[in-house]
Design a protein. Structure first.
Length: 149
C-alpha cells in the first residue's frame, strides 16, 4: 500500500508538471488502476469507481478522456486488443523501451524493460526502410505466464 501511495504522489507530480489541475477524478481513477495487477477496461474502471466512490458521479466519456491524458504523459499503457489499461511501472515511459507481457489465460500484465541496444535497430529499420518516424511506442506480447504454462 505504501508503494501505491508513493506512485500516486509521483503521478500527481507528473500531472502538475504537465500543467494539469489535480482533480479527485484523476486521482481516484489512477488509484483504481494502481490497485489492480491485471489490465482494466474503461467499463471495469467505471464499475470499480461506482463501488468505491458511490456518491461521486463518473461516466465512460470522462474515463476515456482521462485515460487518454494519462497515456500522453506516460502514466499508463493501453494493452491488448480490448483496449484495456495498465499502470506504467516505470512512470517515465519516454526514458526507456519496454514491453507488456499479457497472459491470455489469467489476464495478468507485466511490464519489462528492453535494452535500447535491442530495440533501437527496429526503429532505425522502420525509419530508414519505410520512411516512418515513430513518435511513440507500445509493445504487447500475448502468451502465457509461468503460472499458466
Amino acid at each position: 500500500m505504501a508503494r501505491d501511495s508513493e506512485n500516486l504522489e509521483i503521478a500527481v507530480a507528473k500531472m502538475r508538471k504537465a500543467g494539469w489541475r489535480i482533480t479527485e477524478q484523476r486521482k481516484s481513477l489512477y488509484s483504481i488502476l494502481l490497485e489492480k495487477s491485471e489490465p482494466m477496461s474503461s467499463k471495469d474502471i467505471l464499475a470499480v469507481h461506482k463501488k468505491i466512490y458511490s456518491g461521486k458521479s463518473m461516466d465512460l466519456v470522462t474515463i476515456y478522456r482521462i485515460m487518454d491524458k494519462f497515456q500522453e504523459i506516460g502514466l499508463i499503457h493501453k494493452v491488448g486488443q480490448g483496449g484495456k489499461y495498465v499502470v506504467c511501472e516505470h512512470l517515465d515511459c519516454k526514458s526507456s523501451f519496454h514491453l507488456i507481457e499479457l497472459c491470455k489465460s489469467c489476464g495478468s500484465a507485466e511490464e519489462k524493460h528492453v535494452p535500447t541496444k535491442l530495440i533501437s535497430p527496429l526503429f532505425d529499420y522502420v525509419n530508414k526502410k519505410h520512411k516512418f518516424l515513430s513518435a511513440s511506442h507500445s509493445f504487447c506480447i500475448e502468451g502465457y505466464c509461468l503460472s499458466c504454462q
